[in-house]
Design a protein around this ligand. Structure first.
Ligand code: CAA
Ligand code: NAD
Length: 312
């Protein structure tokens, strides 16, 4: 089965072009997926945004509308009509779908942004890699999982087209995208991914497939140390946030940032690394904390659930 599918790819697939990559399918319409869909649509890419049900898709559309209105207000400060046109034009480039198979059948790029769970991501790619065109780029927005591990169940031809595209929250505002290369990805895929990132107005940083890539490898220890500082009673969450904003110039304090990212996502990341992160396993920096466990257990996941370290 694997060999015959390799032959098929070797003889029938033609190289992907930048115009093919303008057809983007985003799987997962949460905070990140809706942001990725939005920034691609703002640059006139044809985007299909997929989630498991209509309710999730409508929530994703709500995130996009709200954010697009902010962007439009800045672009056309005195012109309500131009603001509306801008929002409608961008939304006009996004199709919502609960049918993942159909939505990838003509895609040049598939970006996955579902829950931070290895099995869930692998299941999606095993199914969709077969249904997407033979030359489509397959990308994960994982925060912490090894790109090679997500791609492991795929064929070699699919793994050569598999890459990490790590966006930052809030996607419309954060300028960076980490382009994460596994040992197996081919150079053309890396080059095409970098060109895509630039085409949507972002700045790429290419890096190796190591836990946390660049940003999260530095950010997660900071977040976890902040939670431990709170647990040890040194200061309140509010005072630690104020200290880091006014004393270190950070735009958000660590607890505001944890709530913004999502406490479930943070817990998935640190638990994964503590249990089996390459070079990080057993590292005390990533040991879970009682406070984080309690909040996640209670469903207090931060801004997205209305409650976390703070109430929203
Ligand atoms: N959509 C569009 N624009 C947005 C936006 C959104 N969702 N959120 C904020 N903005 C824009 C605002 O319109 C405003 O624009 P101007 O300055 O041009 O007027 C600008 O961002 C600042 O917004 P605000 O004045 O409302 O608020 P702020 O000054 O507090 O900034 C922030 C908000 C940009 C989120 C800022 O607090 C910030 O940069 N925080 C840190 C975010 C961060 O570190 N993100 C990375 C998280 S880690 C991650 O994502 C990786 C992972 O895998 C977990
Ligand atoms: P989220 O909880 O806001 O959204 C996840 C979405 O995926 C939900 O709408 C859910 O219904 C959907 N989903 C789950 N299974 C699905 C499936 N099989 N098919 C289609 N949709 C499915 O999460 P998020 O914060 O957007 O994070 C998504 C991914 O992005 C995670 O891998 C996370 O680690 C990564 N990430 C998060 C951040 C952040 O700051 N939150 C930043 C960068 C990367």
């Amino acid at each position: 089965m694997k060999i015959s599918s390799l032959r098929k790819h070797a003889f029938t697939s033609s190289a992907i072009t930048q115009s093919d990559i303008r057809r983007v399918t985003v799987i997962g319409s949460g905070q990140m997926g809706s942001g990725i869909a939005q920034v691609a649509a703002m640059k006139q890419h044809e985007v299909t945004l997929v989630d498991v049900n209509q309710e999730a898709l409508e929530r994703g559309k709500g995130y996009m509308s709200k954010s697009l209105k902010r962007v439009a207000k800045k672009k056309f400060p005195e012109d309500a009509k131009a603001q509306n046109q801008f929002v409608e034009k961008a939304l006009g480039h996004v199709t919502l779908s609960t049918n993942a198979s159909k939505s990838v059948s003509n895609a040049g790029l598939v970006v996955e942004a579902v829950v931070e769970n290895l099995k869930a991501k692998q299941n999606i790619f095993v199914k969709l890699a077969m249904e997407a065109p033979d030359n489509a780029i397959l990308a994960s927005n994982t925060s912490s999982l090894p790109i090679a591990k997500i791609a492991a169940p795929l064929t070699l031809s699919q793994r050569k087209r598999f890459i990490g595209l790590h966006f930052f929250n809030p996607v419309p505002q954060m300028k960076l995208v980490e382009v994460v290369r596994s040992d197996e990805v081919d150079q053309k895929t890396v080059d095409d991914a970098v060109a895509f990132v630039k085409s949507i107005g972002k700045t790429p940083a290419v890096c190796k497939d190591t836990p946390g890539f660049i940003v999260n490898r530095l950010l997660l220890p900071y977040m976890m140390e902040s939670i431990r500082l709170l647990e040890s009673g040194v200061a309140s969450a509010r005072d630690i946030d104020t200290a880091m904003k006014l004393g270190a110039g950070y735009p958000m304090g660590p607890f505001e940032l944890c709530d913004y990212v999502g406490l479930d996502t943070i817990k998935f990341i640190v638990d994964g690394w503590y249990k089996e992160g390459a070079g990080l396993k057993g590292n005390k920096l990533f040991e879970s904390s009682k406070k984080l466990d309690e909040l996640v257990q209670a469903g207090s996941l931060g801004v997205k659930s209305g409650k976390g370290f703070y109430d929203y």
